[in-house]
Ligand binder design. Structure first.
Ligand code: ZN
Length: 224
Protein backbone atom coordinates (compact mmCIF):
# COMPACT_ATOMS: atom_id res chain seq x y z
CA UNK A 1 0.00 0.00 0.00
CA UNK A 2 2.92 2.35 0.66
CA UNK A 3 4.54 1.42 -2.64
CA UNK A 4 3.01 4.35 -4.48
CA UNK A 5 3.19 6.88 -1.67
CA UNK A 6 5.73 9.70 -1.37
CA UNK A 7 6.62 12.25 1.31
CA UNK A 8 7.84 15.73 0.38
CA UNK A 9 9.55 17.77 3.10
CA UNK A 10 9.55 21.32 1.85
CA UNK A 11 12.31 23.86 2.56
CA UNK A 12 13.20 22.84 6.12
CA UNK A 13 16.11 25.28 6.11
CA UNK A 14 17.93 27.54 8.56
CA UNK A 15 16.71 30.78 6.98
CA UNK A 16 13.10 29.71 7.55
CA UNK A 17 13.68 28.89 11.23
CA UNK A 18 14.31 30.80 14.44
CA UNK A 19 16.53 31.96 15.99
CA UNK A 20 18.75 33.16 13.15
CA UNK A 21 16.77 32.71 9.94
CA UNK A 22 16.45 35.80 7.76
CA UNK A 23 12.87 34.76 6.92
CA UNK A 24 12.15 32.81 10.08
CA UNK A 25 8.72 31.24 10.40
CA UNK A 26 7.41 31.36 13.98
CA UNK A 27 8.08 28.01 15.69
CA UNK A 28 9.38 26.66 12.38
CA UNK A 29 11.96 24.50 14.12
CA UNK A 30 9.36 22.90 16.39
CA UNK A 31 8.03 20.58 13.66
CA UNK A 32 11.32 18.63 13.45
CA UNK A 33 10.14 15.74 15.69
CA UNK A 34 6.94 15.36 13.65
CA UNK A 35 8.86 15.33 10.39
CA UNK A 36 11.47 12.91 11.71
CA UNK A 37 8.65 10.60 12.81
CA UNK A 38 7.20 10.69 9.28
CA UNK A 39 10.62 9.76 7.89
CA UNK A 40 10.39 6.49 9.83
CA UNK A 41 7.28 5.45 7.85
CA UNK A 42 7.74 3.24 4.78
CA UNK A 43 7.16 5.80 2.03
CA UNK A 44 8.32 4.61 -1.38
CA UNK A 45 10.04 7.94 -1.95
CA UNK A 46 11.09 10.65 0.51
CA UNK A 47 12.13 13.94 -1.02
CA UNK A 48 13.43 17.08 0.68
CA UNK A 49 13.48 20.36 -1.20
CA UNK A 50 15.67 23.39 -0.65
CA UNK A 51 14.92 26.94 -1.66
CA UNK A 52 18.28 27.74 -3.25
CA UNK A 53 18.68 31.23 -4.59
CA UNK A 54 21.39 33.18 -6.34
CA UNK A 55 22.35 36.32 -4.42
CA UNK A 56 20.44 38.56 -6.86
CA UNK A 57 17.18 36.58 -6.93
CA UNK A 58 14.07 38.42 -8.14
CA UNK A 59 12.14 37.63 -4.92
CA UNK A 60 14.54 39.67 -2.78
CA UNK A 61 13.22 43.13 -1.91
CA UNK A 62 16.83 44.35 -2.08
CA UNK A 63 16.68 43.84 -5.87
CA UNK A 64 13.87 46.38 -6.23
CA UNK A 65 14.68 49.99 -5.25
CA UNK A 66 12.25 51.28 -2.61
CA UNK A 67 10.62 47.89 -2.01
CA UNK A 68 9.82 46.67 1.52
CA UNK A 69 10.19 42.99 2.39
CA UNK A 70 6.94 41.25 3.44
CA UNK A 71 4.94 44.28 2.21
CA UNK A 72 5.79 45.14 -1.38
CA UNK A 73 4.37 43.12 -4.24
CA UNK A 74 6.10 42.55 -7.54
CA UNK A 75 4.78 41.22 -10.82
CA UNK A 76 7.08 38.73 -12.48
CA UNK A 77 6.62 37.96 -16.18
CA UNK A 78 7.58 34.59 -17.63
CA UNK A 79 10.91 34.97 -19.47
CA UNK A 80 9.39 32.71 -22.15
CA UNK A 81 5.86 34.11 -22.48
CA UNK A 82 4.86 37.71 -21.78
CA UNK A 83 1.24 36.65 -21.23
CA UNK A 84 2.11 34.63 -18.13
CA UNK A 85 2.63 36.69 -14.98
CA UNK A 86 2.80 36.12 -11.24
CA UNK A 87 2.24 38.89 -8.70
CA UNK A 88 3.87 38.02 -5.41
CA UNK A 89 5.34 39.28 -2.15
CA UNK A 90 8.96 40.37 -1.95
CA UNK A 91 11.15 38.91 0.81
CA UNK A 92 14.32 39.60 2.71
CA UNK A 93 17.27 37.82 1.07
CA UNK A 94 17.11 34.17 2.15
CA UNK A 95 18.49 30.73 1.31
CA UNK A 96 21.33 32.12 -0.75
CA UNK A 97 23.33 29.34 -2.41
CA UNK A 98 26.32 28.09 -0.40
CA UNK A 99 25.40 30.07 2.73
CA UNK A 100 24.49 28.64 6.15
CA UNK A 101 20.98 30.00 5.76
CA UNK A 102 20.38 27.62 2.85
CA UNK A 103 21.32 24.53 4.91
CA UNK A 104 18.65 22.05 5.92
CA UNK A 105 18.31 22.38 9.70
CA UNK A 106 20.44 20.00 11.74
CA UNK A 107 17.50 18.61 13.72
CA UNK A 108 15.96 17.30 10.48
CA UNK A 109 17.19 13.76 9.82
CA UNK A 110 17.87 14.52 6.18
CA UNK A 111 20.07 11.43 5.80
CA UNK A 112 16.78 9.48 5.75
CA UNK A 113 15.50 11.13 2.56
CA UNK A 114 16.14 9.54 -0.81
CA UNK A 115 16.66 12.77 -2.63
CA UNK A 116 17.31 16.48 -2.02
CA UNK A 117 16.03 18.74 -4.80
CA UNK A 118 16.82 22.44 -5.19
CA UNK A 119 14.45 25.05 -6.55
CA UNK A 120 14.59 28.80 -7.04
CA UNK A 121 18.02 28.80 -8.69
CA UNK A 122 16.86 30.82 -11.71
CA UNK A 123 17.12 34.44 -10.60
CA UNK A 124 14.40 35.55 -13.04
CA UNK A 125 11.52 33.58 -11.52
CA UNK A 126 9.97 32.71 -8.15
CA UNK A 127 9.32 29.06 -7.34
CA UNK A 128 7.20 28.36 -4.29
CA UNK A 129 6.10 24.98 -5.63
CA UNK A 130 8.50 22.04 -5.49
CA UNK A 131 7.47 21.36 -9.11
CA UNK A 132 8.73 24.74 -10.31
CA UNK A 133 7.63 28.31 -11.08
CA UNK A 134 3.98 28.85 -12.02
CA UNK A 135 4.89 29.49 -15.66
CA UNK A 136 4.01 26.38 -17.65
CA UNK A 137 3.34 27.64 -21.19
CA UNK A 138 6.12 26.71 -21.74
CA UNK A 139 7.50 25.35 -18.47
CA UNK A 140 10.32 27.50 -17.05
CA UNK A 141 13.01 26.30 -14.62
CA UNK A 142 11.17 23.15 -13.51
CA UNK A 143 12.91 21.37 -10.63
CA UNK A 144 12.59 17.76 -11.77
CA UNK A 145 10.32 16.92 -8.82
CA UNK A 146 7.43 15.91 -11.08
CA UNK A 147 9.68 13.61 -13.11
CA UNK A 148 11.00 11.92 -9.95
CA UNK A 149 7.46 11.22 -8.71
CA UNK A 150 6.46 9.81 -12.09
CA UNK A 151 9.57 7.65 -12.39
CA UNK A 152 8.90 6.20 -8.93
CA UNK A 153 5.31 5.33 -9.89
CA UNK A 154 3.93 7.54 -7.13
CA UNK A 155 0.20 8.26 -7.08
CA UNK A 156 -0.20 9.66 -3.58
CA UNK A 157 1.78 12.45 -1.93
CA UNK A 158 2.05 13.84 1.59
CA UNK A 159 3.45 17.36 1.90
CA UNK A 160 5.00 18.87 5.06
CA UNK A 161 7.58 21.52 5.96
CA UNK A 162 7.80 25.28 5.51
CA UNK A 163 5.89 27.30 5.00
CA UNK A 164 2.27 26.18 5.09
CA UNK A 165 0.94 29.27 3.29
CA UNK A 166 3.59 29.49 0.55
CA UNK A 167 5.78 26.61 -0.58
CA UNK A 168 3.78 23.82 1.07
CA UNK A 169 0.51 25.24 -0.27
CA UNK A 170 1.75 25.74 -3.81
CA UNK A 171 3.43 22.33 -3.94
CA UNK A 172 0.23 20.64 -2.76
CA UNK A 173 -1.99 22.54 -5.21
CA UNK A 174 0.34 21.71 -8.10
CA UNK A 175 0.39 18.06 -7.06
CA UNK A 176 -3.39 17.87 -6.92
CA UNK A 177 -3.63 19.50 -10.36
CA UNK A 178 -1.14 16.96 -11.68
CA UNK A 179 -3.51 14.25 -10.55
CA UNK A 180 -1.81 13.06 -7.35
CA UNK A 181 -3.93 12.19 -4.35
CA UNK A 182 -2.49 14.93 -2.18
CA UNK A 183 -2.42 15.48 1.59
CA UNK A 184 -0.94 18.26 3.70
CA UNK A 185 -0.21 17.19 7.28
CA UNK A 186 -0.92 20.47 8.98
CA UNK A 187 0.79 19.75 12.29
CA UNK A 188 4.02 19.02 10.41
CA UNK A 189 4.02 22.52 8.87
CA UNK A 190 4.08 26.12 10.10
CA UNK A 191 2.80 29.22 8.30
CA UNK A 192 4.38 32.64 7.75
CA UNK A 193 1.04 34.21 8.68
CA UNK A 194 -0.31 32.25 11.64
CA UNK A 195 -3.49 34.28 12.12
CA UNK A 196 -6.60 32.08 12.11
CA UNK A 197 -8.04 33.97 9.12
CA UNK A 198 -4.95 33.43 7.01
CA UNK A 199 -4.73 29.74 7.96
CA UNK A 200 -8.39 29.26 7.05
CA UNK A 201 -7.86 30.96 3.69
CA UNK A 202 -4.88 28.72 2.88
CA UNK A 203 -6.81 25.60 3.88
CA UNK A 204 -9.76 26.65 1.72
CA UNK A 205 -7.56 27.37 -1.29
CA UNK A 206 -5.93 23.96 -1.03
CA UNK A 207 -9.18 22.11 -0.44
CA UNK A 208 -10.72 23.81 -3.45
CA UNK A 209 -7.87 22.38 -5.54
CA UNK A 210 -8.60 18.90 -4.16
CA UNK A 211 -5.91 18.75 -1.46
CA UNK A 212 -6.87 17.05 1.80
CA UNK A 213 -5.67 18.69 5.02
CA UNK A 214 -4.97 16.11 7.72
CA UNK A 215 -3.10 15.71 11.02
CA UNK A 216 -0.45 13.32 12.28
CA UNK A 217 -3.04 11.10 13.96
CA UNK A 218 -4.94 10.56 10.69
CA UNK A 219 -5.83 7.02 9.62
CA UNK A 220 -4.12 7.88 6.35
CA UNK A 221 -0.80 7.61 8.17
CA UNK A 222 -1.49 4.36 9.98
CA UNK A 223 -2.32 2.40 6.83
CA UNK A 224 -0.83 -1.06 6.62
ZN1 ZN B 1 12.71 31.87 -1.74
Amino acid sequence: MWSKVALAVIDFQEDFCPPNGSLAVNDGRSIAPAINHLLSLPFALKVATRDYHPVDHISFATQHPGAQPFVSQHTITSPENKDETQTTTLWPPHCVQRTKGADLIQEFESSKVDLILDKGQDKRVESYSAFGPPFRKPPVAMSGFGTKLKDAGVTKLFVVGLAFDFCVKHTAIDAAREGYETYVIEDATKAVDQSENALAASRAEMEQAGVKIIHLDSDELTMN
